[in-house]
Design a binder for this molecule. Structure first.
Ligand code: RIB
Ligand code: CA
Length: 328
């Protein structure tokens, strides 16, 4: 019996690794990519839209609606990550703009509409934010009823132990801490299950230069070639022999949850703090003890926090999926 495809929506700041995630989400036979929403983050939102359309063109998915969302965070001053992703935000590959047009709806309206359809069809979708969560916070606060159309949020962001944008904070959460706090309230406020694919697992699934060359060799400006070139760009940028698939790992975890080891843990986002703003404070204390003296008490919400990942199996899933598309 054929297993049903998982309905999925991505929110992206494409971005080299967002593009790796889009290529998988758009081509894997186990997923039904319904829509993509764009937000400013790695690059300005208009570059993000352009890069997203290029990735979907390479994947042969002109049918997937793409909308432009928030240009900047709710409160924080915008910063980009073009020092990581290249001046165009997607590896400076020079690929031509896609012929497809952006959907005229704002990202929040597109997200609203696809969630409402999912609820109507009785097939709630998996929402995968891979960027600063400004669009998602605006959606949940403006149209809270969309929760009926969302089965789970699997977001790339945060970290139990490490930061990258600062010593405390991961880029997506640091970029818009208030938005992240709204999303992390979703389990308690809206009954939506949330999984955090954070920095604790983000760097483990890697692809080597040689494996990337095998993808590039399939050519044709298809998903495999683009995926290989994105890995090659990262290897060159960081002078390494391998590179992480980054955001794509979160999509792999939607396809195969056994890739992750997770724990349901209380979590808060630091919104104050000079050096700690944007930190995801994951509470791993043994709660059987006496927390009565903790003035903050336990966070009201528990999130499935990914603390481990089978890196080789995860990267292999991504690579094999693109090879299969490239050879088809
Ligand atoms: O911290 C890594 C995250 O920030 C990834 O989603 C990357 O694309 C950037 O958005
Ligand atoms: Ca991203």
């Amino acid at each position: 019996m054929e297993t049903a495809r998982i309905p999925i929506v991505l929110d992206v700041d494409t971005g080299v690794d967002d593009a790796c995630a889009l290529l998988l989400a758009a081509t894997h036979p186990g997923l039904d990519l319904r829509a993509v929403s764009c937000v400013g983050g790695n690059a300005p939102v208009d570059d993000v839209v352009r890069n997203t359309l290029i990735a979907l063109e390479a994947a042969g998915r002109r049918d997937v609606p793409v909308s432009r969302g928030a240009e900047r965070p709710l409160l924080e001053t915008p910063v980009d990550a073009r020092h990581v992703h290249g001046t165009d935000g997607m590896g400076e590959l020079g690929w031509p703009a896609a012929p497809t047009r952006v959907d005229p709806r704002h990202a929040v309206e597109l997200l609203r509409d696809v969630c409402r359809s999912a609820a109507h069809d009785g097939m709630p979708l998996t929402l995968v934010p891979l960027a600063p969560m400004t669009n998602i916070a605006l959606l949940l606060r403006t149209y809270p009823e969309v929760a009926q159309g969302i089965s789970r949020i699997v977001f790339m962001g945060g970290g139990a132990d490490v930061g990258n944008a600062t010593a405390s904070a991961e880029f997506n959460v640091f970029h818009d801490p208030e938005a992240a706090a709204v999303v992390l309230d979703a389990p308690a406020e809206l009954g939506i299950d949330v999984t955090m694919y954070g920095l604790d697992v983000f760097y483990a699934p890697v692809v080597t230069r040689a494996e990337a060359a095998g993808l590039v060799a399939l050519g044709g400006r298809g998903a495999a070639e683009l995926g290989g070139r994105l890995i090659e760009f990262q290897c060159d940028r960081f002078d390494r022999d391998s590179a992480t698939i980054g955001d794509a790992g979160a999509v792999c975890a939607v396809i195969d949850p056994t890739l992750l080891s997770t724990r349901p843990l209380p979590i808060r986002v630091e919104l104050g703090g000079t050096w700690s703003r944007g930190r995801t404070i994951v509470d791993r204390r043994d709660w059987s003890g006496d927390l009565a003296h903790d003035p903050h008490g336990l966070a009201p919400t528990r999130v499935e926090v990914a603390l481990g990942v089978d890196g080789p199996r995860c990267a292999g899933l991504w690579r094999e999926a693109l090879l299969a598309v490239g050879r088809a």
